[in-house]
Ligand binder design. Sequence first.
Ligand code: ADP
Ligand code: MG
Length: 277
Amino acid sequence: MNEQSTAVRESSPVPPSEGPVIRLEGVYKTYDLGEVKVQALRGVSLNIYRGEFVAVMGASGSGKTTLMNILGCLDRPTRGRYYLDGVDVSQMSKRELARIRNRKLGFVFQQFNLLSRTSASENVELPTVYAGVTLEERKARAAEALARVGLSDRAQHFPSQLSGGQQQRVAIARALVNRPQILLADEPTGNLDSRTSIEIMDILQRLNEEQGLTVVLVTHEHDIVQYAQRALEFRDGRIRRDRTIEDRLIAREVLPTLPGLEQDEPEEAVTENRTNG
Ligand code: ADP
Ligand code: MG
């Protein structure tokens, strides 16, 4: 009865001392559009262990976002099982899923999805409203999360007063504010220039390393994949390859080698701060 996985793991990271934090068993997702049915996932089996940093890649339409929506408890599999932290969540109600999502998962998207008339600090605080903590605790958590992404000095800024990279850092802080175990990021660097993208990878790598946060990141950029530990390649709703990244890049080592150490300030002194060569 050994369900054959569609992809063979080419090498394994640290031998897992505990169960996987994410376990998918034969997951299918079919979108029923009446006349047409779209099979977005066709039998995905997968284990992700605590503290892993996984990149998900594949052509447009291969099922990456569908996978992330299921991992993030935003959607349920049509068939198959999803065990999150050992608990089968594949049959849970939307209400139960919302609770789990709020407690265990953080999300980052390509569009930063910040509220525009709301300060960085208030944007970050928002998910704590449902976490049942005091106002004081909410403020403290928001400040802590902003500090973790290096934005303490921008807490009172509005999104329009921040660069794209800074806005994405606010979005990461918002994702961290309820202290999730897993961070799910769908093309988080898709709207950013290459240097800013690596700064975002630096933050994600540090959170992964220092806090043991499990990171699952969708990207179609091959240079971004090199910052992950493991890459899953999707094709037609299946995992076609699951490999360990050789010669993984460390963002904090790469950043000093890049040209143009400009300050991230859209309003003031954008040109004056550029260093040439
Ligand atoms: P990717 O993120 O890799 O581009 P998606 O997971 O968004 O892929 O989509 C996988 C397939 O499922 C595509 O064929 C897409 O058109 C289809 N699909 C995605 N979301 C929906 C939806 N809500 N309703 C119907 N079809 C969808
Ligand atoms: Mg997508």
